[in-house]
Design a protein around this ligand. Structure first.
Ligand SMILES: Cc1cc2nc3c(=O)[nH]c(=O)nc-3n(C[C@H](O)[C@H](O)[C@H](O)COP(=O)(O)OP(=O)(O)OC[C@H]3O[C@@H](n4cnc5c(N)ncnc54)[C@H](O)[C@@H]3O)c2cc1C
Length: 391
């Protein structure tokens, strides 16, 4: 419905990843845009031509997916009032709700920042390891895995925080199954090193303990509180919980990169002490009027030491909250939707089954469901419905 308030309003959506696409599509629907009728404009700023469904990268590591199967052309999202502005964002001014890209300046009435994380190489790991948080890294890991005949294989979390708290554990389990299916498991020492004190500590002791015991049953050696300090030519150095240096040799390495807040946002003055964009946990408002941030770029404290995990499931729920509240304001109404951090997170185990961690991530009331075939299929459905529903 067009009113004086929403007439001609423009929303700048920074990032065409999971959060950005979801918020843009929801805004388009709630504003009432159709092909031929544009009641409000939504500009998505994105440097990549394609949208990648990162939760399927672990499947790429074991040859169950190729890049083309887990990405789609972002221009397909440009329906109704949505336009895609292709290119690197050069600067952002949250005071004036302005974005510069391709030498042009764009001004909006509202802004939603969903630029995710910037990945950096830690300790020059890329010289011999594979960053499975990128499509190229997941593909190059699989290329090596296909020729792997046994030896020392490590999954390493190079630093905290990282997105998808489950991905390193899922990666280790999918690789474990791959090797079992090829009778190579007995010839392989499979290990996971992480600075975390336990698997997914934010989920509480019960969930953490369950994940630990799943790995133990599969013979995956787990080394928590191991901070990577050096790496060269297959040799890794960690500092363990006692402050001792631990040397480890690997024949094949999959690692997570260093995650940082995208520089264009750090420079904009939007980041807090955490180095990330700190938002109202229920409304995702930043400290700038009419400027919101969602997804991995945000930092939301859930306890003394814990933060809301950087996960697509939350980026999507946050997108729905923000879109709803922006459109309410366009109609001169008070925002009335809050983000509750209810969510489910599925960890595939490679054997046709998956485990589900779910509940309210703002409280400690999380539980882990018995591993089941249904959860495995739900995870596959998440990938299929992402593309079917948004592209
Ligand atoms: C291996 C792996 C497994 C995962 N598994 C799961 C899972 O099972 N469940 C789950 O919920 N989540 C999972 N995730 C996490 C999930 O992918 C992210 O949490 C989600 O993508 C966050 O959405 P976002 O919009 O915040 O960021 P992104 O989806 O990363 O989007 C950010 C976008 O901003 C763009 N951008 C950045 N800087 C600029 C710039 N200067 N100019 C223009 N564009 C820019 C980027 O190109 C990118 O497209 C996984 C992630 C990985 C890597």
């Amino acid at each position: 419905m067009e009113t004086e308030n929403n007439k001609g309003k423009t929303v700048l959506v920074l990032g065409g990843g999971i959060g950005g696409v979801r918020v843009a599509r929801e805004l388009n629907k709630l504003i009432g845009n159709e092909n031929g009728i544009t009641l409000g404009k939504i500009l998505i700023f994105e440097k990549e031509k394609t949208n990648l469904f990162a939760p399927s990268l672990t499947k790429m590591m074991v040859g169950e997916r190729e890049t083309a199967q887990i990405q789609d052309d972002l221009s397909k999202v440009a329906l109704g009032g949505i336009e895609v502005v292709s290119g690197e964002i050069e600067s952002v001014d949250p005071n004036t709700i302005t974005v510069k890209s391709g030498g042009q300046t764009y001004t909006g009435d509202y802004m939603v920042v969903s630029l995710g994380t910037e990945q950096h190489d830690a300790n020059n790991l890329s010289s011999f390891g594979h960053n499975f948080y990128t499509a190229d890294g997941a593909a190059s890991f699989y290329k090596q895995l296909k020729n792997f005949k046994g030896g020392k294989l490590a999954v390493v979390v190079s630093s905290l925080p990282h997105k998808s708290p489950v991905a390193p554990y899922e990666a280790a389990m999918l690789v474990d199954q791959y090797l079992r299916d090829r009778n190579l498991r007995d010839k392989t020492e499979l290990s996971l090193y992480s600075p975390e004190k336990a698997p997914m500590p934010f989920a509480g002791d019960a969930v953490s303990g369950d994940v630990r015991s799943i790995m133990q049953k599969r013979g995956i050696s787990y080394f928590p509180q191991h901070q990577l300090t050096g790496a060269s030519d297959g040799q890794l150095t960690f500092t363990n919980e006692k402050g001792e240096a631990v040397e480890v040799k690997t024949d094949l390495l999959a690692y997570t990169p260093d995650h940082r807040c995208p520089a264009v946002i750090s420079k904009s003055g939007m980041c807090g002490e955490s180095g990330w964009v700190e938002v109202n946990p229920e409304t995702l408002e930043t400290s700038f009027a009419k400027v919101y941030a969602i997804g991995d770029i945000t930092s939301i404290k859930t306890g003394d030491e814990e933060h809301l995990p950087k996960a697509g499931v939350f980026a999507q729920y946050q997108a729905l909250t923000v879109a709803h509240n922006i459109v309410r304001q366009m109609h001169g109404k008070q925002p009335d939707k809050i983000f509750t951090a209810e969510g489910k997170y599925i960890m595939d185990q490679g054997n046709g089954k998956a485990t589900r961690v779910g509940g309210n991530f703002y409280s400690s009331s999380l539980d882990i469901k018995e591993s089941s075939a249904i959860n495995h299929w739900v995870k596959i459905l998440q990938e299929k419905s992402w593309f079917a529903g948004h592209f």
